[in-house]
Design a protein around this ligand. Structure first.
Ligand code: IPE
Ligand code: IPE
Ligand code: MG
Length: 232
C-alpha cells in the first residue's frame, strides 16, 4: 500500500456477513448451502483476526428482522449456529478466545440459549480475542433495552454514558471498522449507537468467498482513512 498510513490497526472490527443466499443461487444450490459455506468464512475470518492482532471481532449472524424468512431457512440457520457454538466452545479453549453474544434471547430455542450461556461462561476468563456474536440482534432494540434498564433504575435524566453502560456489551470499545460484504451498503439495524464514528468498508465479495486476504485488505484500507471526529 503506497498511501500513507493514518491509523494504527483497529481494536474492534465488526462484520455484516451478507451474501450467503446469492452465493448459493449462483451455484444453483439451496440457500442453506450458502449459509454452510458462510460458516467456513467465519472460521477463516476469526483466524485472520487472531493472526493480525485484532482484539474484538463482532459478527452479525442473525438480525431481529431475519425471523421473517421461511421457517426452514430459520431452522437451518439455528441448527448451524448450534453446531458452530459447539465447535467454538472447544476451539476457544485452545486459542484463548472469549465468546460474547449480543441480542435478545427471548425468541431463541432454549437449547441454543443453554449452549450460548455455557459457551459464554466457559470462555469468560480467556484473554485472547473477544468474539462477539450478534444473534437475534437489532440495534434499535438494543437502545430501547438500555432505556428500559435505566427506567427500571428509576433514572429521570440520562447521559450518553448511561446508555453506553446498558448496551449489550458495555465493555467493548466502539468498532473503528465495519465491514459489509455482498455489495450492499447499509447498516440493516446493526450497531447504530456504536457506529457513530466507525469507518465503513464495503466489498462486493459474497460472504462465503471472504477470507484472510480480504480481511487484511479491509484493514489496510482502514489504515489509510483520515478520521476527523468533527475536527480539522
Ligand atoms: C447473510 O446472507 C446471512 C444472514 C442474513 C443470516 P443472506 O442470507 O442475507 O444472503 P443474501 O443477502 O440473500 O445473498
Ligand atoms: C443483515 O443482512 C443481517 C445479517 C448479516 C445477519 P440481511 O441480508 O438480513 O440485510 P438486508 O435485509 O439485506 O438489509
Ligand atoms: Mg442478505
Amino acid at each position: 500500500m503506497s498511501e500513507e498510513l493514518k491509523n494504527p490497526l483497529p481494536r474492534h472490527v465488526a462484520v455484516i456477513m451478507d451474501g450467503n443466499g446469492r452465493w448459493a443461487k449462483e451455484r444453483r444450490l439451496p440457500r442453506l448451502a450458502g449459509h454452510n459455506a458462510g460458516a467456513q468464512a467465519v472460521q477463516r475470518t476469526l483466524e485472520a483476526a487472531q493472526r493480525t492482532g485484532i482484539k474484538y471481532l463482532t459478527l452479525y449472524a442473525f438480525s431481529t428482522e431475519n425471523w421473517v424468512r421461511p421457517q426452514d431457512e430459520i431452522d437451518g440457520l439455528l441448527k448451524l449456529l448450534e453446531q458452530t457454538l459447539d465447535r467454538y466452545t472447544k476451539e476457544a479453549a485452545k486459542h484463548g478466545v472469549r465468546l460474547l453474544v449480543s441480542g435478545e434471547k427471548d425468541r431463541l430455542p432454549p437449547a441454543i440459549v443453554e449452549k450460548i450461556e455455557h459457551a459464554v461462561a466457559s470462555t469468560a476468563a480467556n484473554t485472547g480475542l473477544t468474539l462477539n456474536l450478534a444473534l437475534n440482534y437489532g440495534a434499535r432494540q438494543e437502545i430501547v433495552h438500555a432505556a428500559n434498564a435505566l427506567i427500571q433504575e428509576g433514572k429521570t435524566h440520562i447521559t450518553m454514558q448511561d446508555i453506553q453502560a446498558h448496551l449489550y456489551q458495555p465493555s467493548l470499545p466502539d468498532p473503528e471498522l465495519i465491514i459489509r460484504t455482498s455489495g450492499e451498503e447499509r447498516l440493516s439495524n446493526f450497531l447504530l449507537w456504536q457506529a457513530a464514528y466507525s469507518e465503513f468498508y464495503f466489498t462486493p465479495v459474497l460472504w462465503p468467498d471472504f477470507d484472510g486476504a480480504e480481511f487484511e485488505k479491509a484493514l489496510a484500507t482502514y489504515r489509510t482513512r483520515v478520521r476527523r471526529f468533527g475536527g480539522l
